[in-house]
Ligand binder design. Structure first.
Ligand code: BGC
Length: 552
């Protein structure tokens, strides 16, 4: 083998470090058969779109058989495709089409919990207390004279209790089982070797089918301290409440990393090694543990989601993220949106302190969204992120500037956050409305049937066909930025340059500059040869809330 071959292989194995990964929420991407649910053939039909957009990889949220109690994150069978979405043959065809277009694929692995329809959970329910079948999950006796109270008061992410009581075959009330999410999502017992072995099998199953990487759902929750007396868990989902010494009974325990070391060994059996990114909702100093080369290799960085729109705040968040990633020899990830949060093209038009759950309960009216500001900032932020060293995770529809559908009628809501806690939180459906491909109502090119979540009439203006070829459209901006990024991509260094208070300016090693004016007024800046700008520019004048890429 020549040294060039070796170098190429090396580059290939490191492809993930600065990849642009496009998240597909399969049920809302493209529907090929008119049943109102997006499907695998729909994705195949849109591979040319993804290629034109110039993304390096796609990440597919779950497409497995599921009752959709939590949008597919309640998995019935980890090694199959939901028949409503297609078959394994369709899946293979999709992988081949993506690969032929030069696009890699990540699938979502949901290891903390299965669905309650999973054959193991059904077997556990049908088996006696203390049986090996029950030991794959976390069954416990209730408290109280007749076991009528849950084993403890741990909360679930989706509200109220993390425990649900079972009913025995003879109709009498039985044991309780733990679910950190919906009751339809029983948590696995990760101290049971069957569970470990089965996930290794799943990782191999998809790797053997050509999958390049994995997104690991709730990667911080697998191992639990179930010893009695149970340790208190007063809050859930508030990262700042979690200790940083691995002592939380449910999250980010030190013995978790052993699981990921064994997964790493599996990933490294492949050539190139399979890659993984952890969704680890843990304090930043602990995130690195998921991103080490001997564990998952990379971890999501959600820090910018909560960073106020200020140059100094963005700069310190970015600098810290780069440092942390560097400390593990990983690369940073950047993201502004995903299927779990209000879309950023809407968020950027709300005051920083807006409580999004409360705002959603007003159907997105109070406070009102400043759409012009939101669009300006969303475009500027996208270009800023795409200029940073590391990988960028885009969420389907953000390239269209798509807004949150904040006023979905409550009858249409599917999210367990709403269904479990009705009236308290509307949940995440407003970010999961299917994509508009054409301006034609009612299916907007997504479906010829009835979309599984209603698509509003204003989607017409955001449709792919409404923006394609339109100078200045958000779709064209993303496409230009992604193509340019491919050409400009360089080593992972960055130099900060100073200008004025409202400006964030950095230069990559090949003279690629990115300058963002966070201020509400335009400024004059020494821009050299302009490559791309998020807003129309004239000479050295950088408009308010815009990003410019230039060479110097
Ligand atoms: C996923 C959510 C899901 C939850 C439970 C999250 O991290 O992104 O959509 O509800 O895990 O699986």
């Amino acid at each position: 083998m020549s040294s060039t071959d070796t170098a190429d292989e090396h580059v290939n194995a490191e492809w993930w470090r600065q990849a642009v990964v496009y998240q597909i929420y399969p049920r809302s991407f493209a529907d090929s058969d008119g049943d109102g649910l997006g499907d695998v053939r729909g994705i195949i039909s849109r591979v040319p779109y993804l290629r034109e957009l110039a993304v390096d990889a796609v990440w597919l949220s779950p497409f497995y058989p599921s009752a959709l109690a939590d949008g597919g994150y309640d998995v019935d069978d980890y090694r199959n495709v939901d028949p409503r979405l297609g078959s394994l043959d369709d899946f293979d065809h999709m992988v081949a089409s993506l690969h032929a277009a030069g696009i890699k694929i990540f699938v979502d692995i949901v290891p903390n919990h299965s669905s309650n329809r999973h054959e193991w959970f059904q077997a556990a329910l049908a088996s006696p207390e203390g049986s090996p079948e029950r030991d794959r999950y976390l069954f416990r006796d209730g408290r109280g004279e007749h076991g009528e109270l849950p084993p403890n008061d741990w909360p679930s992410h989706f509200g109220p209790s993390a425990w649900t009581r079972t009913t025995n075959a003879d109709g009498t009330p039985g044991q309780w089982y733990l679910h950190l999410f919906a009751p339809e999502q029983p948590d696995f017992n990760w101290d049971n070797p069957d569970v470990e072995a089965d996930f290794i099998r799943t990782l191999r199953f998809w790797s053997d089918r050509g999958v390049d990487g994995f997104r690991i759902d709730v990667a911080h929750a697998l191992k639990k301290d179930m010893s009695e007396p149970y340790k208190p868990v007063p809050t859930i989902g508030i990262m700042s409440d979690y200790p940083i010494d691995g002592s939380h009974p449910l999250f980010d325990r030190d013995d978790l990393y052993e699981v990921y070391r064994s997964w790493r060994a599996v990933f490294n059996e492949y050539d190139p090694p399979r890659v993984a990114v952890a969704e680890a909702m843990v304090p930043v100093e602990r995130r690195v543990n998921y991103a080490r080369a001997d564990t998952l290799g990379q971890a999501f960085n959600f820090d910018l989601l909560g960073t106020p729109w200020r140059a100094d705040e963005f700069r310190s968040t970015i600098a810290r993220s780069l440092e942390l990633a560097h400390s593990t020899e990983s690369s940073s990830t950047w993201t502004l949106s995903n299927h779990d949060i209000v879309r950023h093209a809407t968020r950027f038009g709300l005051p920083n302190e807006t409580h999004l759950d409360t705002w959603l309960l007003t159907n997105g009216t109070e406070p009102p969204v400043d759409h012009e500001q939101a669009t300006r900032r969303a475009r500027a932020a996208a270009m800023l992120l795409l200029a940073l060293p590391g990988s960028v995770y885009l969420y389907q529809g953000e390239e269209l500037g798509l807004l949150e559908v904040a006023d979905l009628p409550v009858e249409a809501l599917q999210d367990p956050i709403w269904l479990r806690d009705a009236g308290a939180r509307k949940g995440r459906d407003g970010a999961r409305v299917p994509l508009p491909w054409t301006p034609e109502a009612p299916g907007y090119g997504f479906t010829t049937g009835t979309a599984h979540l209603p698509m509003p009439s204003w989607f017409a203006d955001f449709a792919v066909e409404s923006q394609r070829g339109e100078a200045g459209s958000t779709l064209e901006l993303y496409r230009d930025a992604l193509h340019a990024r491919r050409e400009l991509q360089t080593s992972e260094g960055l130099t900060w340059l100073d200008h004025s208070d409202n400006v964030l300016w950095f230069r990559r090693e090949n003279g690629w500059n990115s300058l963002t004016n966070f201020g509400a007024e335009s400024i004059v800046a020494p821009v050299g040869e302009v490559i791309l700008a998020s807003a129309p520019i004239a000479g050295d004048v950088v408009p308010a809330e815009s990003t410019i890429w230039f060479r110097s």
